[in-house]
Design a protein around this ligand. Structure first.
Ligand code: PMT
Length: 222
């Protein structure tokens, strides 16, 4: 059995969609439900890891026996991950992080005025890319949510963000991606395709992914 293969390992998982404030009552977010990330956190615990879950917007209940930290924005998530990165063995970035946020969050509710309004957006910090630059011994797993040219975009992201593995999901595919209880993924390393999984529960995807990561981590250490 694979029970215990992550014993003694610290696994950090990010989940959910970040919330980028426009004003005190409005925000920008995305369709991430947090299910994929929560499934990974639970699978990591099941495999014996010491798990730290960092969750942005989600309706999922905090999993029992897992340290779960709630964050709101990409910036909050960046800071939370930074605090634990040094001491982690595996980091899984399943969260859907906003690429842009409002340049300024208004401190009071924005009033309705003209027929159109423009919102200035600025880039957020790319958390995964910055972890990729900092990493020493950490095993870094990124996700890529794509609607087309899945393999090429995923592999470009893996290189640019210096990940050990990237999990690509074609979010236009039935039963895969945002909000569903199932997913279908292609997992790549720098060399190419490592594992291709048909539609299965997010729990099963999580177990397969972490088993692969554990094997690679062990292989590296011996
Ligand atoms: O939450 P669910 O409803 O279960 O849906 C699961 C999922 C579709 C959200 C998940 O499987 C997934 O694909 N997560 C990544 C979504 C995403 O933001 O992909 P991306 O291609 O935009 O980003 C690539 C990677 O960089 C991701 O690991 C992301 O966490 C990371 N990133 C992106 C932007 C940013 N500013 N910082 C980041 O770290």
């Amino acid at each position: 059995g694979s029970t215990g293969i992550l014993h003694g390992k610290k696994v950090v998982v990010t989940a959910g969609g970040t919330i980028e404030r426009i004003d005190p009552v409005r925000y920008i977010t995305n369709d991430s439900s947090g299910k994929m990330g929560f499934a990974i956190a639970k699978a990591a615990k099941q495999l014996g890891a010491d798990v730290h879950l960092i969750a942005a917007h989600t309706d999922e209940a905090p999993p029992e026996g897992i340290r779960a930290e709630r964050v709101e924005s990409a910036q909050d998530m960046y800071e939370a991950v930074q605090r634990v990165f040094d001491t982690s063995d595996i980091v899984v970035k399943a969260a859907a992080v906003a690429d842009y946020r409002p340049a300024e969050a208004a401190t009071s509710k924005i009033k309705k005025r003209g027929d159109t309004m423009t919102l200035d957006l600025v880039k957020t910090t790319d958390i995964l890319e910055s972890l990729g630059r900092q990493k020493t011994t950490q095993f870094l797993i990124g996700f890529a949510a794509e609607t087309d040219t899945v393999e090429q975009f995923a592999r470009e992201k893996l290189k640019r963000k210096n990940c050990d593995l990237i999990v690509a999901n074609d979010v236009t595919q039935e039963g895969a991606g945002f909000g569903t209880d199932t997913n279908s993924v292609h997992i790549f390393d720098a060399e190419g395709l490592v594992l291709q999984l048909p539609v299965m529960s997010k729990e099963e995807v999580a177990l397969r992914l972490l088993t692969l990561a554990a094997e690679r981590l062990t292989g590296r250490l011996s």
